[in-house]
Design a binder for this molecule. Structure first.
Ligand SMILES: CC(C)(COP(=O)(O)OP(=O)(O)OC[C@H]1O[C@@H](n2cnc3c(N)ncnc32)[C@H](O)[C@@H]1OP(=O)(O)O)[C@@H](O)C(=O)NCCC(=O)NCCS
Length: 135
């Protein structure tokens, strides 16, 4: 286990844990990058909506890194940390840890910075409440 995975798994709870299915495997025997990206987007959306107290949309994905393959039978855990709260947007760092060999191994497999925008009823950017921005 690396220092990074130690910090992630010991200090915080994951936003979600999920197990990939055989249909999520590519021809290399690894899990599709698009599948893990979708899990990160779902987890980030949960945290963003909670933080901005309403609906939000993904506007950008930056610094996305595929660090190690995800294998069938891995359990993946998505960890989130709010990095920045702007006027209408919120940037969330998402890290994914794969647990394998019945918990013997933990591997950081992906990382990325996802930006979400708070939306009003017309699907346009909505200012985030000041209390949230200062929290
Ligand atoms: C999200 C959306 C409503 C934003 O509309 P917009 O006219 O681009 O809004 P703005 O230019 O006013 O930008 C809104 C915020 O997003 C930020 N933003 C816009 N583009 C960005 C980018 N590429 N990277 C990071 N932040 C970005 C702006 O800095 C601004 O943040 P701030 O208010 O905290 O300073 C619009 O782009 C949209 O509907 N996109 C599609 C969303 C979607 O379907 N996502 C996938 C499914 S959820």
């Amino acid at each position: 286990m690396t220092e990074t995975t130690d910090r992630l798994t010991e200090c915080r709870d994951p936003v979600l844990r999920v197990v990939p299915a055989p249909a999520d495997i590519n021809s290399n025997g690894h899990i599709f990058g698009g599948w893990v990206l979708a899990q990160m987007d779902i987890a980030g959306g949960i945290v963003a909506s909670r933080e901005v107290q309403g609906p939000c949309a993904t506007v950008a994905i930056e610094a996305m890194q595929f660090l190690a393959p995800i294998l069938l039978r891995d359990i993946i855990s998505v960890y989130a940390e709010v990095e920045r709260v702007g006027r209408t947007s919120i940037a969330i760092r998402l890290d994914v840890i794969a647990t394998r060999d019945r918990g013997e191994q933990e591997v950081r497999v992906t990382s990325g910075l996802f930006t979400f925008v708070a939306l009003d009823d017309n699907h346009r950017p909505r200012p985030i409440e000041r209390e949230t921005r200062l929290a």
